[in-house]
Design a protein around this ligand. Structure first.
Ligand code: F6R
Length: 610
């Protein structure tokens, strides 16, 4: 959802910010741009498309200058053209702005600025910021004050970085709703949308909070609120290293991340299982046992893939902890009048920890008195910092735009939370031990399933030219069907739908014919026999069946055209295994279709606009 990186220091800035920008390309790749302040003023270069297009255009002739910033765009206002690419400049060409977010009153501001003589060169909402800053900076305000003055006039969300020729070694950054951090080097400093852009240079970062402005120079930085009062902020040490955010020899991040799941699941579990007690140790909940016992209802809120894991969490929580649980799309929750109070636990699930709707839903829940928890992957992200407590996924950086390892870690984290809530209530120590043991075995079982990648690749070969796929599952594996369909559609552009298997006969069965492959997620679990009947219904209508089944299965396997076996585990944990062949299936189909699996069209990894 747009990536920003800016640098000020003794080195040549352009190469550094472009290198950092490449690590942010997962945030958007509609266009890219670069601005450098040097002795001749402000130099700006932009190009539609990926960063590589901009680099090609520059053909190795990078502009010189020690203060630079770059931007990769995920278009909101205005098509992904060169004119709409960031940075945007003022009329005098002395101020450059990069922006992630949406200025909601841009239309009115643009009309007023045009009346006052400003000339606009793009269709973006961002450009109003450059002109607003120009008015104040031109009257003598420092760049920091001018940015603050401009931000007082805008409504909406922003993470911005601003350069000016009048303060050639300064980067001013500000945040409301879109993530931004200041990274601290030695005699040089950075501003970036996330730490991956700067990890090659420093691990010391200061996360900006909403309503904060940073004035950053090579040897110092100051964080102020919008009333210009200076704030003390903690410096965080980022643990992720560069190697973990690189592709490490894999053709795509997505494949690397799928194959990393034995390790990512292990990391989610690490240090948290208490086998003897049949319980878990969750250090970050920040809620006492008494607090947790007062909870009489749970709402889990999330978007996309994280919403699918939330559905699995609902089933777990009701089955094992016996707490009424609902799942809400964060984008719906925030605009309803949801009934939550201090006895409600609202759990937000987010890989990035920056999804605007999930963040807003959690803020709304908090405002209404609910306790909030975050199941978040990115340490230090906004959701992680704003919730009362939470469980970090520790899945490691997920760069591929399609979420894979975060999903399995979310399910594991939900199982941990369920155990915690359940053991405080009616879940016996014996039941607790059974779940703990099954969790402990998961990494090994995940590795076992992933070793079947070549089998899945062969099945994928047969589906490369299909136009539609239906995914069906029941119980714990209904959300897996949704997730399998989402994976396929987002990276291969094949139309796919997920359904509860038994719902098929209420409509979708009309679609079944020999051209409609049907993927059944059918491990041997409590609803297995029912699913066998659903498979029969599809076969009776000439459908082609691909089935995910338990090792040794005969019932569904007898009917299936292709199958992938997964080992046995507890019903509630089967999604961690059954989703793996579906991730691989989507991956291999998309690769065979020549799609860009890591950066599918129209998508961005971190959706920081609503
Ligand atoms: C799908 C996908 C998205 C995200 C969704 C929420 O593969 O990645 O559907 O799951 O945008 O993102 P997070 O989990 O970062 O809040």
């Amino acid at each position: 959802m747009c990536g920003i990186v800016a640098y000020t220091g003794p080195r040549q800035g352009a190469a550094l910010v472009l290198e950092g920008l490449k690590r942010l390309e997962y945030r958007g790749y509609d266009s890219a741009g670069l601005a450098v302040v040097n002795d001749s003023g402000l130099e700006v270069h932009k190009a539609p498309g990926k960063i590589a297009v901009l680099e090609k255009r520059l053909a190795g002739h990078l502009p010189e200058g020690h203060t630079a910033m770059a931007h990769t765009r995920w278009a909101t206002h205005g098509a992904p053209t060169e004119a709409n690419a960031h940075p945007h400049t003022d009329c005098g060409g002395t101020i450059a702005v990069t922006h992630n977010g949406i200025i909601e009153n841009a239309g009115a501001l643009r009309t007023a600025l045009t009346k006052r003589g400003h000339v606009f060169r793009s269709e973006t909402d961002t450009e109003v910021l450059a002109h607003l800053i120009e008015e104040l900076h031109g009257k003598g305000a420092s760049l920091g004050d001018a940015v603050a003055g401009a931000l007082h006039q805008v409504e909406g969300t922003y993470g911005i970085a601003v350069l000016s020729t009048r303060e050639p070694d300064t980067v001013v950054a500000a945040r409301k709703g879109s993530p931004l951090l200041v990274a601290i080097g030695t005699g040089e400093n950075w501003v970036a949308s996330d730490a991956s852009a700067v990890l090659a240079h420093t691990r010391s970062v200061v996360y900006l909070d909403d309503g904060e402005i940073a004035v950053v120079r090579p040897h110092d930085y100051h964080i102020l609120d919008l009333a210009a009062v200076e704030k003390e902020k903690a410096v965080t040490h980022v643990e992720w290293d560069l190697a973990t955010i690189e592709r490490g020899g894999y053709q795509h991040f997505m494949l690397k991340e799928i194959l990393e799941q034995p390790e990512s699941v292990r990391n989610t579990l690490r240090g948290r299982l208490l086998e003897e007690e049949g319980a878990v140790r969750l250090g970050g909940l920040n809620l006492s046992d008494d607090d947790l016992l007062k909870i009489d209802r749970i709402v889990i809120t999330a978007c996309g893939t994280s919403w699918h894991s939330a559905l699995i969490g609902e089933y777990m929580m009701e089955e094992l902890a016996r707490i009424p649980t609902e799942v809400e799309y964060a984008s719906e929750f925030r605009y309803r009048n949801p009934i939550v109070d201090e006895r409600t636990l609202v759990v937000g699930i987010s890989q990035s920890g920056e999804t605007a709707d999930t963040l807003a839903a959690l803020r709304e829940a908090k405002r209404r008195g609910a306790r909030t928890l975050g199941l978040v992957n990115v340490v230090g992200s906004t959701i992680a910092r704003e919730v009362d407590g939470g469980i970090y996924l520790h899945a490691g950086p997920e760069i591929g735009v399609a979420s894979t390892k975060a999903f399995t870690s979310q399910i594991v984290a939900l199982a941990l939370l369920t155990l915690q809530m359940g053991r405080l209530r009616s879940l016996s120590i014996l039941q607790g031990r059974e779940v703990v043991r099954a969790l402990a075995r998961l990494p090994e079982l995940v590795a076992h399933v992933l070793a079947k990648a070549p089998e899945v690749e062969q099945i994928a070969e047969r589906l490369v030219r299909t136009a539609n796929v239906l995914y069906l599952g029941r119980g714990y594996n209904f959300p897996v069907a949704l997730e399998g369909a989402l994976k396929l559609k987002e990276i291969s552009y094949i139309h796919a739908e997920g359904y509860p298997a038994a719902e098929m006969k209420h409509g979708p069965i009309a679609l079944i014919d020999e051209l409609m492959p049907v993927v059944f997620v059918a491990p041997r679990d409590a609803v297995y026999q029912k699913v066998v009947s659903n498979v029969e219904e599809v076969k009776a209508r000439g459908g082609r069946v691909i089935a995910i089944v338990t090792e040794g299965d005969t019932g569904v396997s007898r009917l299936a055209d292709h199958k992938v076996e997964i080992p046995e585990t507890l019903d509630l944990l089967t999604p961690v295994l059954s989703v793996l062949p579906l991730q691989l299936l989507a991956y291999y189909i998309a690769v065979r279709r020549g799609c860009n699996v890591d950066q599918p069209r129209n998508l961005a990894k971190s959706v920081t606009v609503e």
